[in-house]
Design a protein around this ligand. Sequence first.
Ligand SMILES: Cc1ncc(COP(=O)(O)O)c(C=O)c1O
Length: 376
Amino acid sequence: MKLFDVYPLTQIEPVKAEGCYIWDKDGKKYLDLYGGHAVISIGHTHPHYVSLLKNQLDKIGFYSNSVLVPMQNQLAEKLGRLSGYEDYNLFLCNSGAEANENALKVASFFNKKKKIISFKKSFHGRTSAAVAITDNPKIVAPVNAGHEVVFLELNDIDSVEKELMKGDVCTLIIEGIQGIGGIYIPTDEFLKGLELLCLKHDVILILDEVQSGYGRSGKFFAHQYAAIKPDIISVAKGMGNGFPIGGILISPKFKAEYGMIGTTFGGNYLACAAGIAVLEVIEEECLIENADLTGSYLLEMLSLLPKIKEVRGKGLMIGLEFDFDVKELRNKLLFEHKIFTGFSGTKIIRLLPPLSLKVAEADCFIDALKDELGKI
Ligand SMILES: Cc1ncc(COP(=O)(O)O)c(C=O)c1O
């Protein structure tokens, strides 16, 4: 059997990883500024993370969520405290798409409506419901097209108000910072406006922090720059530092009922061990503060470089937009300077490094980019 060929593959086979670095099978060392789609939050193979997972595997790795798993409470307690959402409840699942899928269900159970507002260039995952709340035609399959979703312009509060006045909107879903779409940031005023409008029109506000959450933006959640409190927040990616785990943080205004939402693997012992280790390291090593510091440094230094059309981002979630195709530039960075980067479309380079990235490591990238841009 062959693999279903849906991923353009980089012909590098990683065999070892540590901190912000990856080694390939020939022993070459790479600086990882992509973190496997923003997944590596505390750094590759962090010793505390490895030890908690190994210890857990020696005892029990999985049963089902029909038994008592006190680690789930431990994870919820730590997440509540570190994120500032102690009064919210946690539902655990396995991925970002699943988190959003469940967020939509909870919202719809609550107000019994079904129309969704989403934003242009947004991405919320690939499931039958969640997939339809992106406006990327490459991702929306015909079978998903029946969902009632309205795509509005980011940061245009008037168009949101107009839509909400119709009275049939169930929920509005927005990323803390748009990731795959190209690092576009909702303004604080826009988010504040959304919070007010949602409250006024009985619409559930879902903040998708799957990519921008868990400290990546320099705050635990990117929306916390705007000091708003959404009804539901979805998380995944950095939550497990590579172990598949996702979840939704649910406001106390929603009442849980047995069977309302559910999943087989969600909250299993190993996933909880990974999730707990991540939070402990984030706290112990002050990684949110580090993301803020190294991120601000990167943003400032990158904005001084020539030939970049725009530098956007917060913390260690950064987009560099060029007015040319970045494929060759990224290849040079990867094969000549041994630096992994991400992309969005054809003209944007995306940086999503581990939150432990140091200024000296950021400098390696700045020097490499300066060198390559000097040759163009
Ligand atoms: C903002 C956002 N939401 C949801 C998802 C979907 O997450 P997953 O791939 O874990 O299903 C992604 C994935 O890139 C994402 O960036």
